[in-house]
Structure formats: structure tokens, C-alpha cells
Design a protein around this ligand. Structure first.
Ligand code: CUA
Length: 316
């Protein structure tokens, strides 16, 4: 999984990477001039210079040159900003930074016209998932970012710069991935004990693959209520915090688990998604991720834990 701002796979990240290299190259040239002048003054012309020459050096080297360079860099940086905010025509996504995971909502077609800050509280028909974001390649996708309690920062280094998720306000980010692939996103603002264990997977695919994924995610889960894992899930109160569309589980506190079996990882990109890790996570989530809201279920018997994990794994 790629996580490097210097190997860009998106339009915004490419501009940021170019800006980085321009600054590094410029700083290297200036460093060479300063060190070269110093060596020249110490080794080759150690005698005193005239007052006029000294004043001229300070005026040009200390005022004129930095003013021109910094103004040039400022205008270059400002010129990039409109591109970063250019209108988006692709899917619309709202992401909420939770402790310590990501709530992800894809707007339904009828919600796109009311797309604004109020969408986050009023939307009912979109598709909710967690800790995994799918994007179609070469399309500008608008992402609304917010948080219910503490500040997080949403950063997919290979695709774009980072933007804070701030309680009480909605920030906007536009992403235009240019290469199909799997990328890693992270939280880039200290938000609590499991800040470093709050990552997510970003899957950039072709438009048809993306449409297939979104259609599958928007369907309710296929529930087989005869399965022991389903019965244990309901009997142990899991449904109070987790929603599984198509079942009686409607909790909104934790991640939506409707299609958890389809995700690459669990625990916000913490563990590879498989039945063994699902079982581990359910038994001791606070051990794997200190400070999270989910209590451990290690009081359940191993067969019961295994049954819940197997059932969740089947929700593709
Ligand atoms: Cu969320 Cu750091």
C-alpha cells in the first residue's frame, strides 16, 4: 500500500510534490551561494572590505534577494490554490473523523443537489461504510470533512495534501486520483491514545469497477438469522452500536458493518481482515487500540467469538 507524498498518484499530490522539489532545489542553490561566499571570504579574501561594499552586500543579499525569492514562491504557491478547489463532478463523499476510525458516506443521487454542510446531518439515503474509501480514477471527487468531537486531519499522501477535520465546521477537499491502485490514508493530527492506529485504505479503480463496488455496498446485507454468529451478535448487544442494513442492528456509535466482509482491513487499517483477526478484535479491541469506545468481549467463549467473527466475515 503506497503512502508517499513524493510518489504522487493524484493531480493535487503531483502539484504539491513539484512545489516541494522547487523549494528543495531553490534552497540548495541558495545554500551553495551562502556557503560559497563564506568560504571565499574566509579562505581567499580574508582582508577587510570597504564600507560601501559591505552595505551593498547587506542591501542586496539581505533585503532585495530574499524579498524577490519569497514573493516568487508566494505567487507560485497561490497560483496552485484555485486548481485545488476546482469544481468536482465525480462522486460526493462525507467523511467524519471518529475516535479512532472513519465514518464514510457516499451521497445518493437525490442528495447531490442538496450537497452542503447540512447534508451531513440530514442525509438518509446515501451509502455508509467505514475505514475504506473507493474512488474512480481521473474524476474529481469532492470530500466533506468533519468531526463530532476532537480534531483529526485527513491525509492521503499519494493523492493530495492534508486537511483538518474540525468539530463545528465542514471542510472541503477535492481529490483527483490519476493512477489505479491502493493507497494508505492516515490521521495527521494528534487526536488521542490511538491516533497512530487510525488509518484507512483508499482504493482507486476504473469507473465500472467503482460503480460495481458502490452498487454492492448500497445493497442491504443478506441476513441468515439461523446462523449462531448472528444470534450471538444480537444477544450480546452489538447492535446497540453497530448498524447492519437489512437487520435489526441500527446502532450509530460504531462503524457500519453491513459489508464488513468486503473490506481489506479491520480496526481502521490496523489488521488484515480475516476471521482470526475479527475474533481477536472482538475479544480485546481496547488492547489492540487503546482508548477506543468498544468494550472487549473476552468473557464470551471462544466458539461464540468464532461464530460472530465467521458471520461478520460472511457479510460481503
Ligand atoms: Cu485522528 Cu489523529
Amino acid at each position: 500500500m503506497l503512502q508517499s507524498a513524493l510518489v504522487p498518484a493524484g493531480v493535487e499530490a503531483a502539484e504539491v510534490a513539484t512545489l516541494t522539489w522547487v523549494l528543495v532545489a531553490g534552497a540548495a542553490v541558495i545554500w551553495l551561494i551562502v556557503i560559497g561566499t563564506t568560504v571565499y571570504a574566509i579562505r581567499f579574501r580574508p582582508e577587510a572590505h570597504s564600507k560601501r561594499l559591505a552595505q551593498g552586500l547587506i542591501l542586496i543579499g539581505g533585503i532585495v534577494f530574499p524579498t524577490l525569492v519569497l514573493a516568487g514562491v508566494l505567487f507560485y504557491g497561490l497560483r496552485l490554490l484555485p486548481d485545488f478547489r476546482a469544481p468536482a463532478h465525480g462522486p460526493r463523499i462525507a467523511v467524519s473523523g471518529e475516535r479512532f476510525w472513519w465514518r464514510v458516506r457516499y451521497a445518493a443521487d437525490d442528495e447531490k443537489k442538496d450537497w452542503s454542510a447540512t447534508f451531513i446531518d440530514t442525509a438518509k439515503n446515501g451509502t455508509t461504510t467505514a475505514n475504506e474509501i473507493h474512488l474512480p480514477v481521473n474524476e474529481r471527487t469532492e470530500v466533506l470533512l468533519y468531526s463530532p468531537d476532537v480534531i483529526h486531519s485527513f491525509w492521503i499522501p499519494a493523492l493530495a495534501g492534508k486537511i483538518d477535520m474540525i468539530p463545528g465546521r465542514v471542510n472541503r477537499l477535492v481529490l483527483e486520483p490519476s493512477k489505479v491502485g491502493v493507497y494508505r490514508g492516515v490521521c495527521a493530527e494528534f487526536c488521542g491514545t490511538s491516533h497512530t492506529r487510525m488509518a484507512f485504505d483508499v482504493i482507486v479503480s476504473s469507473r465500472p469497477d467503482f460503480d460495481r463496488w458502490l452498487a454492492a455496498q448500497s445493497r442491504p446485507a443478506r441476513i441468515d438469522s439461523a446462523r449462531p454468529g448472528y444470534r450471538s451478535f444480537m444477544a450480546n448487544g452489538c447492535a446497540a452500536c453497530h448498524a447492519i442494513r437489512g437487520s435489526a442492528a441500527k446502532g450509530q456509535v460504531g462503524p457500519d458493518l453491513t459489508h464488513i466482509g468486503s473490506r481489506r482491513s479491520i480496526g481502521a487499517s490496523l489488521l488484515v481482515n480475516n476471521p482470526q483477526n475479527l475474533m481477536r478484535f472482538i475479544a480485546a479491541p481496547d488492547h489492540l487500540k487503546p482508548g477506543i469506545a468498544m468494550p472487549g468481549y473476552d468473557m464470551l467463549s471462544p466458539p461464540e467469538l468464532r461464530a460472530i467473527a465467521a458471520w461478520l466475515w460472511s457479510l460481503e
